[in-house]
Design a protein around this ligand. Structure first.
Ligand SMILES: [Ca+2]
Ligand SMILES: [Ca+2]
Length: 172
């Protein structure tokens, strides 16, 4: 299998899930209450036929009664370039923030993304416990002021909220 391949697997070959894989289509999960599409499958006991996409993130392991977690933050105009949200510095709407599942710095097909709202706020409200790399799509005419490395690495437990991940931008 190669990156991006869609593959239907059965319990008989569940060992394949030691490789990175993410659920794309829930074909026959018992009771249809299996993990959500997009769930990383590594560590999951497979009990039915499912379709997976190969090569997508190994984090965010799913377990039966896992509660969803929240990761949120802001993209804002850091006008004075000090990496702090100061009085009078406004949020930036319409910026795309994404979970870089394969950590390659590229927004790939199948990676979850959201747009900031009118206040510059963004939120992923349906993630499972795991470690995630959060990035923002850089727009023309702007440069990042924070975070210094360009992304946040967030490790989150079941049902937790990781907030205030702030992406600072300045006009060029
Ligand atoms: Ca500032
Ligand atoms: Ca990526």
């Amino acid at each position: 299998m190669e990156f991006g391949d869609l593959v239907t697997i059965s319990p008989l070959i569940a060992a394949v899930l030691t490789a990175a894989a993410v659920l794309i289509v829930d074909l026959a999960w018992p009771g249809r209450d299996g993990p959500a599409i997009g769930t990383a499958l590594v560590g999951l006991a497979i009990t039915a036929f499912v379709t997976i996409q190969v090569g997508v993130n190994q984090t965010g392991k799913y377990f039966g009664n896992t509660q969803r977690s929240v990761i949120s933050g802001t993209v804002w105009n850091d006008a004075n370039v000090n990496a702090i949200i100061d009085s009078g510095e406004a949020g930036l709407s319409g910026w795309r923030v994404w979970i870089d599942a394969d950590r390659d710095g590229v927004l790939d097909s199948g990676e979850k993304s959201v747009l900031t709202n009118s206040l510059g706020n963004w939120s992923f409200s349906d993630v499972v416990a795991g470690t995630y790399q959060i990035r923002v799509v850089q727009q023309a005419g702007w440069a990042r002021t924070t975070p210094p490395v360009g992304y946040y690495t967030v490790t989150i437990a079941s049902g937790e909220a990781a907030t205030n991940r702030r992406f600072g931008q300045r006009r060029l």
